[in-house]
Design a protein around this ligand. Structure first.
Ligand code: SAH
Ligand code: MG
Length: 221
């Protein structure tokens, strides 16, 4: 944990149920070691969606659909979520969870690698295809920087990008050499990604030490 454990525990103690269905989806995911968003991150995500009232949400990293269904609880009735997942084992579970929640109509699950889907969506956007005014990025951390140019094409001015897991359990603040060798590539890629988010003139970004670290960015122009 990034922040003091007692504070995190206290924040958790304030959380209430997300409803029976979502609570059981969360429980099943945790039991299967699916890396779903943490409780405090879930609250932040819902608050942001409620404030932003987006028309179209893009999620990268569906897993079993938990975070997509959380966003459904607070998004406008006419909002649509497109969510991308490549891990075949998780696809039928996500689909079934969307059905259980009665949300198949408002969620499109894109199967396969986000590399391909993001490039295709960005190419469509350039030809007048749909833009996404809210993006939740929660997939392969090493790819975030490579995907950013696509996301910039997919968001209108005023669009919001929420990126999860940016502080890597605090490792991000350590020197490259203090990080385990197998985590070093991810460590430097995430630092480059955060640097880019903070230094682009067309983004305003805040890095928040909540959960595993969340970056909130708004596209300015
Ligand atoms: N957002 C989910 C958790 C996502 S976990 C929730 O909070 O409920 C991250 C997911 O991203 C994993 O299921 C993994 O299979 C998927 N993923 C990782 N790299 C990907 C890629 N390149 N394309 C599509 N999905 C990817
Ligand atoms: Mg995550």
């Amino acid at each position: 944990m990034i922040t003091n454990d007692r504070i995190t525990q206290y924040i958790h103690s304030l959380e209430s149920s997300q409803g029976n269905l979502l609570d059981s989806i969360e429980e099943e995911a945790v039991r299967a070691y699916v890396p779903i968003i943490r409780r405090e991150t879930a609250s932040l995500l819902k608050t942001l969606v409620a404030a932003k009232k987006p028309n179209r949400i893009l999620e990268i990293g569906t897993a079993e659909g938990y975070s997509a269904l959380l966003m459904c609880q607070v998004m406008p009735a006419s909002c649509h979520i497109t969510t991308i997942e490549k891990y075949e084992k998780r696809l039928p579970i996500a689909r079934e969870n969307f059905r259980r929640a009665g949300e198949e109509g408002r969620i499109t699950l894109m199967e396969g690698d986000a590399d391909l889907h993001l490039a295709a969506l960005a190419a469509e956007a350039e030809k007048g295809g749909p833009l996404f005014d809210f993006v939740f990025m929660d997939a392969a951390k090493g790819q975030y920087l490579a995907w950013l140019p696509f996301l910039m094409k997919l968001m209108p001015a005023g669009g919001m990008l929420v990126t999860d897991n940016v502080l890597q359990d605090g490792d991000i603040a350590e020197s490259r050499f203090a990080v385990q060798r197998r985590n070093r590539t991810i460590h430097s890629r995430m630092r480059e990604y955060l640097y880019e988010l903070k230094h682009r003139e067309d983004l305003e970004t805040a890095v928040i030490p909540i959960g595993d670290g969340v970056a909130l960015s708004t596209k300015l122009s």
